[in-house]
Design a protein around this ligand. Structure first.
Ligand code: GDP
Ligand code: ZN
Length: 398
């Protein structure tokens, strides 16, 4: 699967969200046109794409995805239709894992291996996977048990919210959908807390529509309240914070409460104690989180296959083996400032409407840094990100 995800030639232009967005729908027969010059709704494709598809950073590079041989063949698609009652045979579930083209769907009682209805595959061919981890789906059971590969068929994928994305060259892949919160894990010592890293993860979360929360683990190693002071900084900005120790058990219950609703991802540099925290929450949990290794001609590769793990106390945690779960490089340059929440009141006061707050005169953000209203380290994080993503944007455009 990793090789498929990484294939830069595997491109398409189908940005439509179509029937998957509807709450209910009726089937209609439509003709698929050959060699469409442009996707259906060009004007808002970026928005559509961001809402429900993996998307291409470079629009010019798009190619048609409609199979050339399928000239004017009629196909069934699902058109949203709120008048029609939901099919009673359809069950609701969450995609917890992908095994090739098989989606493992958890309906709360058990996991059903499902194929994806062909029409969804076609319409969402743009994506590496027509459905992804975290997708809320409606599915139909076709053959229960009996050792068949797929017992059900996914008929519908609900609109996505908070997503984990990952950049591969000029493309942005969705690695998990409907992620509610990111637990940004840092440690009080071994390794030392890194506020800039927390800032980066906060920006990546917010850009993906995910609520960031800050967890300072190894609080048993905090010397002179330094780590507590850093937590305080983020609490003042309005983010949920918790001090934990996977070793002594401090804060584990608070962390559990955070996780009981919806889906969460734990992010943070290696060694801060993410696995230890998972094991403190539920013994054996991190052990389930085994990297899936694929053997290819190029040797051993860790796949990018993410999975959702259901917690006994409620909620799901996403595991993204071998992938930085919060990738800041997917954040558009012009969106960085809005993810520094405390800049908000100052930005309108800058002399230039397009002030980047890096070198301009009469910059209100810089004035706020000088007066102490904005923390210097937060501002430094902003400048670093701005420069880094600016360089990346220039590289992409050249
Ligand atoms: P991960 O890479 O983020 O998953 O980190 P691990 O869970 O593997 O933990 C890295 C090391 O930190 C291990 O040796 C753990 O025993 C240790 N560790 C984890 N949590 C704590 C803690 O709260 N306090 C202390 N003192 N050590 C911890
Ligand atoms: Zn400014």
């Amino acid at each position: 699967m990793a090789s498929r995800m990484d294939n830069p030639k595997d491109k398409g232009d189908d940005k439509s969200t179509g029937g998957s967005k509807g709450r209910s729908g009726k089937k209609v027969r439509v003709a698929f046109k050959r060699n469409r010059a442009k996707p259906g709704r060009v004007n808002d494709w970026t928005q559509q794409a961001k809402e429900s598809e993996d998307y291409e950073l470079d629009t010019a590079a798009s190619e048609s995805v409609v199979a050339k041989g399928d000239l004017s063949r009629r196909r069934t698609i699902i058109v949203p239709d709120d008048d029609e009652a939901d099919d009673p045979d359809l069950r609701s579930g969450v995609v917890v894992a992908m095994r090739g083209l098989i989606a493992e769907v958890d309906d709360g009682k058990r996991v059903w291996p499902c194929t994806v209805r062909r029409v969804l595959r076609t319409r969402r061919i743009k994506e590496r996977h027509p459905v992804t981890i975290g997708d809320r789906v409606r599915f139909r059971i076709e053959s229960e048990g009996g050792g068949v590969e797929a017992e059900g068929v996914i008929e519908r994928v609900e609109p996505r919210t908070g997503r984990l994305t990952r950049r591969v060259r000029n493309r942005i892949h969705t690695i998990a959908a409907n992620i509610d919160r990111a637990i940004i894990v840092s440690s009080a010592g071994l390794p030392d807390p890194k506020p800039h890293l927390i800032d980066r993860y906060i920006v990546a979360s917010l850009a993906g529509g995910i609520t960031p929360m800050v967890c300072m683990n190894k609080i048993d190693l905090d010397v002179g309240g330094h780590a507590e002071g850093i937590l305080e900084r983020f609490a003042k900005l309005g983010y949920g914070v918790v001090a934990t120790s996977a070793t002594t058990g401090v804060g584990i219950e608070a962390l559990r409460v955070w996780l009981t609703e919806g889906s969460s991802v734990l992010a943070g540099q290696s060694g801060v104690g993410k696995s230890s925290l998972l094991n403190a929450l539920q013994p054996g949990l991190a052990l389930k989180v085994g990297d899936i290794v694929e053997h290819t001609s190029k040797g051993r590769h860790t796949t990018t296959t993410a999975t959702l793990i259901r917690l006994e106390s409620g909620g799901y945690v996403v595991d993204t083996p071998g992938v930085k779960s919060l990738d800041v490089s997917t954040v558009p340059l012009n969106e960085i400032e809005m993810h520094f929440v405390e800049f908000g009141p100052h930005v309108p006061e800058c002399k230039f409407a397009d002030c980047t707050h890096t070198h301009e005169i009469q910059c209100a953000v810089l004035a706020a840094v000088e007066s102490g209203a904005i923390h210097l380290e937060r501002y430094e994080s902003y400048v670093r990100l701005f420069e880094e993503l600016g360089a990346l944007a220039r590289e992409t455009n050249s």
